[in-house]
Design a protein around this ligand. Structure first.
Ligand SMILES: C[S@@+](CC[C@H](N)C(=O)[O-])C[C@H]1O[C@@H](n2cnc3c(N)ncnc32)[C@H](O)[C@@H]1O
Length: 209
């Protein structure tokens, strides 16, 4: 496959256009993008190229959000709380998504989503899934549910950084006509087996049950 980067395809600021291409079932639009840029690609290759460009563009601000809550730190929080509370279930073993792999799975579901839906991460850890979903689609509401207090507190730290340090602009501006309009993001310390998440349009659960 021909190497594609965002600048080849569209100007670097045009993530909104990329999002339209990803959502689009409009074959004329895809054809036009190919012709305009003389790309010798079929539709699937074009979509894949745009997906990779979008992920590459958003990964850095997403990583910045978690500067104070590294994977290592989250693993230690989880381990010490499980040890002190005598929790031995494999369902609580900690691990995290990478932005790229989450994105590639997520893009498979884009065509089923309309702007304004509700996203849940069941077992949200430090919140990586919630903020990746916020970056990749215009959800109205995103909720993370995490049983362990230390991880729940860590996700609150990340949420505070998201709201106060303007990172939301870089992460979600392309998703909304009004960059000031931040989706409703919340985390709850709860057992997701006892939480009502039936209003969810997309439910995510990583390595837990
Ligand atoms: C593999 S981690 C995934 C973290 C995050 N979703 C991610 O992908 O980056 C699974 C998380 O689910 C939590 N968990 C497991 N069972 C749970 C339950 N019944 N209710 C809430 N959280 C749970 C664990 O504490 C752990 O933080």
């Amino acid at each position: 496959m021909e190497a594609l980067d965002l600048e080849t395809l569209v100007p670097a600021y045009a993530l909104q256009l990329c999002r339209d291409v990803l959502h689009s079932e409009d074959h004329a639009m895809l054809r036009q993008a190919k012709e305009q840029h003389a790309l010798d690609l079929d539709e699937a290759q074009l979509r894949e190229g745009v997906q990779r460009a979008v992920l590459a563009e958003l990964e850095h601000p997403w990583n910045q959000l978690f500067e104070d809550v590294s994977t290592d730190k989250a693993k230690k929080l989880s381990r010490s709380e499980r040890d002190s509370k005598g929790i031995h279930s494999a369902s609580y073993v900690y691990g995290e998504i990478s932005f790229a792999s989450f994105g590639l799975v997520f893009f498979n579901h884009l065509k089923d989503l309309k702007p304004g839906g509700v996203f849940y991460d069941l077992g949200s850890g430090s919140g990586r899934g919630v903020f990746a979903a916020a970056a990749l689609h215009q959800f109205r509401k995103l909720v993370g549910i995490e049983a362990l207090e230390g991880l729940y507190q860590a996700s609150q730290v990340v949420l505070h950084k998201f709201v106060t340090e303007s990172l939301h602009r870089r992460l979600i501006a392309h998703n909304t006509a009004d960059p000031q309009c931040i989706p409703e993001i919340s985390f709850f310390q709860s057992d997701f087996l006892e939480y009502d998440w039936s209003d969810g349009d997309l439910i995510f659960a990583n390595s837990t049950w």
